[in-house]
Ligand binder design. Sequence first.
Ligand code: IPD
Length: 294
Amino acid sequence: MTTDPSTAADGLSELMIQALERLCIDLALAAGRLIRDDRPRHVGVAATKSTDTDVVTVMDQRSEALLHRLIRSARPDDGVLGEEGVDVVGTSGLTWVIDPIDGTVNYLYDIPAYAVSVAVVTGDARTDGAWRPVAGAVCDPCRRVVHHARRGGGAWSRPEPGDGTDHPGAGDPERLTVSSEDRLGRALLATGFGYDPEVRARQAEVLRHVLPQVRDIRRIGSAALDLVRVAEGTVDAYAESGINAWDLAAGWLIVEEAGGLVVGQGSHPGKALTVAAGRGLIEPLRALFQPARH
Ligand code: IPD
């Protein structure tokens, strides 16, 4: 599809943005295939991070290493920031923000809701509020689809290539559109929880106020898939505090290109708060999740 060049992001040409989107798709698909097809029967925990339950598996490490190697070979001057520790400052002004497995606990337990998230951003990816995505892709290897967007190009889902037509998602690329639900009481809200018990206690307190006001909540276990579900309208909204740039970079753009909004306590989503929804739900939800209310 063509895009008005005036929508090109941050001085990048439309052709460049298209090429970056293509690379996001290829990278997310390559890592998605790796984590699905090479998943050991018993996934071992290689390390823990913030708490004993915040785990890293060998496949998180292999997936991040693969993504890093492919990015270095295709775009040697770009920065790379990955969930499992890759942190390279580039010289081009572009940084790849990657989550090699989002939904690691699902992956550990063989629950088919995990993803690879790959985005390329401008600005300082290490500081909330100082960066924005230009292109991104979220591969859902269990559904065999990749969701993707570039700024100004719409949000799309396409089947994993080389696959038959006997599974959901196969067929032509499909344009994504957020749900038109604007009644809080009818909204199906995805959310998630951090690993730190104290943070969880606060999140539970917030939910005590939120739950009676919405249709229901879903805790799917992958922020990237939550955001993609908002984009495709299979949940009405998503809200969570504590998420990182790699959880949200690709999904943020996919929601916006699907006609939705993604905000935080201010206009930029981030660790303090991330809320994604269609225009009618965004402000009521943001208000519900403001910490001062609880
Ligand atoms: C986690 C998932 C989860 C969200 C957590 C994230 P990880 O990422 O996205 O849904 O609730 O806040 O940390 O650890 O599976 O990559």
